[in-house]
Write a protein that binds this ligand. Structure first.
Ligand code: SF4
Ligand code: SF4
Length: 253
């Protein structure tokens, strides 16, 4: 099974960004004056998950332990460059003005960054003419065909695992303990680039305690009621600056 692709330089993937960055990449992005947000989602996690389930195992190695009330959770914390409109590095002719230092996630696209998920061309932003026979082979049997790209993909995944220890300390440095239920959305902590750099440096220096209690934020009344029954700290919020919702707000009628 081959997928053939050639970038048309349409620039669509460089607009309305949600770039998942490693800790090192986030520091570089923020040092150029661009905002990086901290986003969190979590799963109730009573055990270590099925060792034969690649989705569960990827979640486990890219998340850290936490408690929401008395319920054990795993929390995935992402450092995300979010920009409405064009990327601050995008040039008027749709070339990247940061090409040599662009984040790994930009180098990987349109390949799938998660190891358990197949790449589906229809879900990518690339136009139809970017795909088709006769173009260079992008992926063969689910693996990146180009050795250099495969190495970047592996490095991105390795960083998502290696960064967990720093990410586990970052919330207490920031004083941010909101988390969304995975699948419902993402809790958002926005800050100035300089504040993020300081917080990352503190977490990398070993400051911060990963054992704080967390609260769920949700925009769904059913989730709020269910978690309240479990004595989990939970707040009903509207989609907006502090909560990226997967669904429209649902409150009690
Ligand atoms: S850094 Fe470059 S490749 Fe990445 S989104 Fe910005 S302009 Fe596009
Ligand atoms: S959306 Fe696809 S074709 Fe367009 S610039 Fe990005 S990678 Fe290239």
């Amino acid at each position: 099974m081959k997928i053939a692709f050639d970038c048309t330089q349409c620039g669509r993937c460089c607009h309305d960004l949600r770039l998942t960055l490693s800790v090192a990449e986030a520091r570089v992005w923020a040092s150029r004056g661009h905002r990086v947000d901290v986003l969190t989602e979590g799963w109730p996690w009573p055990d270590n998950g099925d060792p034969d389930d690649p989705v569960m195992q990827w979640r486990r190695v890219t998340s850290f332990d936490a408690r929401v009330g008395d319920v054990p959770f795993r929390i995935n914390l992402r450092l995300v460059a979010r920009h409405e409109g064009a990327c601050p590095h995008l040039l008027p002719d749709m070339r990247c003005g940061n090409y040599a230092a662009r984040p790994r996630i930009c180098r990987i696209y349109p390949l799938e960054s998660r190891p358990f998920e197949a790449m589906v061309p229809e879900r990518r932003l690339c136009p139809p003419e970017a795909w088709g026979d006769g173009l260079p082979v992008l992926e063969r049997d689910g693996l990146a065909a180009n050795e250099d790209t495969a190495a970047v993909l592996e490095a991105h995944r390795a960083a998502m695992v290696a960064d967990v220890a720093v990410k586990a300390r970052l919330p207490s440095v920031l004083g941010f303990f909101d988390v969304a239920m995975a699948g419902e959305g993402l809790a958002v902590c926005e800050m100035a680039p300089g504040a993020l750099i300081e917080a990352l440096e503190a977490a990398e220096a070993g400051l911060g305690d990963g054992s704080q209690d967390w609260s769920i934020v949700t925009n769904r009344e059913t989730t709020r009621a269910m978690l309240t029954d479990l004595d989990c700290p939970v707040r009903l919020v509207a989609a907006g600056a502090g909560f990226m919702a997967s669904f429209a707000d649902v409150v009690a009628g």
